[in-house]
Design a protein around this ligand. Structure first.
Ligand code: ASP
Length: 337
């Protein structure tokens, strides 16, 4: 009997699979070609590959997330781990989305990519792919993670913080789960125990928009967003508040729309430590009057994709969405004051 661990590589494109063209880098290598750059792993793992799409991740959509989930579900029983090759630009959104769309997985689903194409001499692609397969092939790994530059980050905690460096991703408001050094995986966070079976879900309600406040944001914009989207995430300043100049419009719009099941969620533009609307008068009253949700220490990527997921399964049931939003999934939220 073959005792090698079985890995399914799911390719979606990105820089890792890109080739030089007259108009800039463009994904062109397919899943099998990616594997041809890491022949040494064939001694340790049985690796098969499938192609879901071959796109720059700028073009990623919730529909394609559904196709990635379907690729994992279709082969879930046959493989010990899954590696999704992806562009770095929207990788943190995808790792967060998959954290909600694939829950309670004792098998690892690793999202990875690279800052340089795998066919270049100086590239981080080979190492990231090798690390990801090694992590996905380890019996102690589980759940959705993003592996990059030797760091294993919970799928909901990743954020692209460097545009060019190999150290492209940070784990925001949460420690890295593990680091990979050569063949060794050094784990910092113990495994979770799932009491429920693995669960796959495909639909994401994408009627959601982010309003990043700037000094002087115009009230007309707020009105338009309320009218056209089911969920408005406000990326506010500091720990969270609504400027005086917008308050009248917000009150008017919220009274009109909240009873129709529309949602407003407060997040912050500050990179670390998260929101807390209760601290300042500009936030507290507003939060209390409308029983608002806030992201606290969640990343924006996790906030958005968690809401897409919850809106798709709970419809307009505000209480179910509210309770679901504050339930921790894949380490996404810790502090709730
Ligand atoms: N534009 C590329 C993408 O996200 C960047 C990368 O993969 O690093 O697909």
């Amino acid at each position: 009997m073959n005792s090698k661990r079985r890995i399914l590589l799911i390719a979606t494109g990105g820089t890792i699979a890109s080739q030089v063209t007259d108009h800039g880098l463009k994904p062109g290598l397919d899943a099998e070609q990616l594997l041809s750059y890491i022949p040494e792993l064939a001694d340790e793992f049985l690796i098969d590959a499938v192609q879901v799409c071959n796109i720059d991740s700028t073009n990623m959509t919730p529909e394609i997330w559904g196709q990635i989930v379907a690729a994992v579900e279709a082969k879930y029983l046959y493989y010990d781990g899954f590696v999704v090759c992806h562009g770095t630009d929207t990788m943190a959104y995808t790792s967060a989305a998959l954290s909600y769309m694939i829950q309670n997985s004792n098998k690892p689903i690793v999202v990875t990519g690279a800052q340089k194409p795998i066919n270049e001499v100086n590239t981080d692609a080979r190492q990231n792919l090798i690390d990801s397969i090694r992590y996905a092939g380890d019996p102690d790994s589980q759940g959705v993670t993003l592996v990059f530059n030797g760091n294993v980050i919970a799928g909901t905690r990743a954020r692209k913080t460097y545009a060019h460096s190999y150290n492209a991703f940070s784990s925001v408001n949460f420690p890295v789960l593990a680091v990979i050094q050569e063949k060794k995986i050094i784990r910092f966070i113990p495994q979770q125990t799932y009491t429920e079976p693995v669960h796959f879900s495909y639909r994401m309600n994408d009627s959601i928009v982010v309003l990043k406040l700037i000094p002087g944001t115009k009230p007309e914009l707020v009105e338009y967003l309320f009218q056209n989207y089911d969920c408005l995430v406000i990326e506010s300043f500091g720990v969270g508040g609504i400027p005086q100049s917008l308050q009248e419009t917000f009150y008017e719009q919220m009274e009109k729309w909240i009873s129709k099941g529309k949602l407003v969620v407060m997040a912050t533009q500050v990179a670390n430590e998260g929101s807390n609307m209760e601290i300042y008068e500009v936030g507290q009253r507003f939060k209390e009057d409308f029983h608002l949700m806030e992201a606290y220490d969640m990343t924006l990527e996790a906030t958005i994709t968690k809401l897409m997921y919850l809106m798709s399964i709970c419809g307009r049931n505000y209480t179910a969405i509210y309770d679901g939003f504050y339930k921790t999934i894949n380490y996404d939220i810790l502090s709730r004051s």
